[in-house]
Design a protein around this ligand. Structure first.
Ligand code: FAD
Length: 381
């Protein structure tokens, strides 16, 4: 890896990559073939302390900043983008959100379990009729004495089928439109929760994705994340960080595609020469390396800005847009460099090719990212 990280962050990345290679790679095949998430993966990650990165030790975390957490995701993504996706939903979408916005009581109640991996976390925003148009969610949080009654359906929720704790967004005051949304921290063991369906997917297989139903679930007042009707602020700050964090997952994919392509191009001979000597192959390698360097510099910069509390909406959307498209180009180039062999399941390339596609869709699609960037440029938030 080019030296763009300080020695502390470089060590975090190197150590996480070693763990991913030694302890996680063995689970990839069963995740692919059976679309399951073996619980032992969580145990390995918990033992390493990677499920608590970015949360203070006071709350059971292992400390570190957003960049550290993203680098762990980047390293894991080189072995399995699907495991990295589930780790991101747990760490970034759930745990960091509670750490940033939760009351002291919520932090004390949930962060130690999430950071130690005894609890699995996720975040539920998307609904069957509210994807890109997230502000049109219909899940209702009806105020009752001492709390709310949560009723509605969510879909595409990463870790939904295995989660213990979810950050859920719902309409608490329908008259206030987008300013009538509230974020809640709920437990899936509470009455009224049901996993309606586990989704079978093109890629990211093994990372559980579910359709969830909330049927008159009683949620105490103390489980509001942030304050009542401030859900839109919680969503938007979370989305910015999610995009910056998720860019690092894309970088992991590009790194792995470049390394595997370099190895293969040096070994594979045609016309009496290693294909690495052909300039049309070199062009693809050079493009992958250039976009990788650019994606790293951009993403790490945005994560550092976010750490200082700066608003990074446009930059985070741009970083993810760039990294996601670069990752998809990289998987395409890598597959082409591997020729027919890249099209078979004997090589990991086809798995990365399928997994990378989610980067164009999750955390707001490429279209929505472009719209957000343009609106910010035009001063129309
Ligand atoms: C594997 C996976 C994991 C996910 N994990 C989570 C999770 O943990 N939590 C969660 O809440 N959500 C999650 N999602 C949901 C994800 O965020 C949504 O899929 C995404 O926001 C897009 O919504 P949609 O799928 O409903 O597509 P739609 O919004 O229906 O979009 C369909 C197409 O129309 C385009 N489009 C929409 N509006 C516009 C517009 N105004 N201008 C131009 N083009 C437009 C989109 O870009 C897209 O190409 C996950 C999704 C997947 C597939």
């Amino acid at each position: 890896m080019s030296q763009v990280l300080d020695s502390e962050h470089q060590l975090i990345y190197d150590t996480a990559l070693k763990l991913a290679r030694e302890k996680l790679a063995g689970y990839v095949e069963i995740m692919e073939s059976q679309n399951v998430f073996p619980a032992d993966i969580w145990r390995e990650l918990a033992e390493s302390g990677y499920l608590g990165v970015g949360v203070d030790e006071t709350f059971g975390g292992t400390g570190g900043d957003y960049l550290a957490a993203a680098l762990v995701g980047q390293a894991i993504s080189r072995i399995s983008p699907a495991i990295a996706l589930s780790v991101g939903a747990h760490v970034n979408l759930c745990m960091h959100n509670i750490f940033r916005n939760g009351s002291l009581a919520l932090k004390q109640q949930y962060l130690p379990g999430l950071a130690s991996g005894t609890l699995v976390g996720g975040m539920a925003l998307t609904e069957p009729n509210a994807g890109s148009d997230a502000m049109s969610i219909r899940t209702r949080a009806e105020p009752i004495k001492g709390g709310y009654l949560l009723t509605g359906a969510k879909t595409f929720i990463t870790n939904g089928p295995i989660a213990d704790v979810l950050v859920v967004y719902a309409v608490s005051d329908p008259k206030m439109g987008r300013h009538g949304l509230t974020a809640f921290v709920i437990e899936t063991a509470w009455p009224g929760f049901q996993v309606a369906k586990s989704l079978d997917k093109l890629g990211m297989r093994g990372s559980p994705t579910g359709e969830l139903v909330f049927d008159h679930m009683e949620v105490p007042d103390g489980h509001v994340l942030g304050s009542p009707n401030s859900g839109v602020q919680v969503i938007m700050s979370g989305l910015d960080l999610e995009r910056a964090y998720y860019s690092a997952n894309a970088i992991g994919i590009i790194e792995e595609m470049l390394d595997q392509s370099l190895d293969y191009a040096r070994q594979r001979e045609q016309f009496g020469h290693p294909i690495a000597q052909f300039e049309l192959i070199q062009e693809k390698l050079a493009d992958m390396a250039t976009q990788l360097d650019a994606a790293r510099l951009f993403t790490y910069h945005v994560l550092s800005l976010a750490q200082t509390g700066q608003r990074v909406s446009r930059l985070a959307a741009s970083a993810l847009l760039f990294a996601a498209e670069a990752a998809n180009r990289a998987t395409n180039h890598a597959l082409q460099i591997h020729g027919g062999y890249g099209f078979t399941k004997d090589f990991a390339i086809e798995r990365f090719f399928r997994d990378a596609k989610l980067l164009d869709i999750g955390a707001g699609t490429n279209e929505i990212r472009r719209i957000l960037i343009a609106r910010e440029l035009l001063g129309d938030r």
